[in-house]
Design a protein around this ligand. Structure first.
Ligand SMILES: N[C@@H](CCC(=O)N[C@@H](CS)C(=O)NCC(=O)O)C(=O)O
Length: 231
């Protein structure tokens, strides 16, 4: 049995993720670890070299996806399962509201964010895997539209509130933020159509956890694939 001393997060080496230069599922776990002030080590794996599918990683996660969070004898590999584990094993500094009504909505919004995730991954994977000169404008437009249509739900949920559930940050905010921030990195503008989401992203960017984990290449590389002119 694999047994780790302390928490180890297996995640992509961002520089090996073409154009996206990040991985929303891994980033949201990093954010949870930081928000909860948990000690952890990061093991970065190159997508380009297929390190996430090495025999050692497949022994941890037969599905070959990352993030994988290893702690003691446990190997966890579905992002939302990792969140549940962290909250159960390390309840201090909770990222799930304690009050019943808020707790229920936080769970609902977290699982509901899987819609944002599937549209986001379809869009981001297309940009990541397709050489720029081979991008099909219609495919890009269709995937962008599906992602943007999904954003309307999240803009509505933020009416009159700073966080998606309750009065403080929760796992749902981490999940939604990482996909939206990635789309902004790829050129999506929020301000005109989604002012609450734009303010939410700015609020998140003030948090030390976000500042500490901000993808380094995003500071130098900027893309316009999802700008109004780009798609
Ligand atoms: N259901 C998984 C999906 C995670 C996921 O999509 N990971 C991507 C990176 S963003 C991955 O490992 N892709 C590599 C592959 O599928 O070969 C989760 O929630 O953790």
């Amino acid at each position: 049995m694999i047994r780790e001393e302390g928490i180890v997060l297996y995640m992509p080496e961002y520089a090996s993720v073409r154009v996206i230069e990040c991985s929303p599922p891994s980033w949201m776990v990093l954010l949870a670890l930081e928000e909860k002030s948990l000690p952890y080590k990061c093991q970065e794996l190159s997508f380009a070299r297929g390190e996430h599918r090495s025999p050692e990683m497949l022994a941890r996660n037969p599905r070959g996806t990352i993030p994988v969070l290893s702690d003691r004898e446990f190997q966890l590999f579905e992002t939302y399962a990792i969140f549940s584990y962290l909250e159960y094993a390390y309840p201090s500094k909770p990222l799930a509201p304690q009050e019943t009504n808020e707790h229920v909505y936080a769970i609902l919004r977290l699982h509901e964010s899987s819609h944002l995730k599937s549209h986001g991954m379809a869009l981001f994977a297309y940009l990541m895997k397709t050489p720029e000169e081979a991008l099909d404008k219609d495919i890009l437009r269709e995937r962008k539209d599906q992602f943007v249509n999904e954003l309307r739900f999240w803009e509505d949920y933020l009416e009159g509130r700073d966080w998606l559930a309750g009065t403080s940050i929760s796992y749902a905010d981490l999940s939604v933020f990482t996909y939206i921030a990635t789309a902004v990195h790829l050129g999506l503008s929020l301000q005109t159509t989604f002012p609450r989401l734009a303010a939410f992203v700015e609020r998140m960017k003030q948090r030390p956890a976000v500042q500490k984990t901000w993808p380094a290449l995003w500071n130098t590389n900027h893309y316009s694939f999802l700008s109004d002119e780009g798609a």
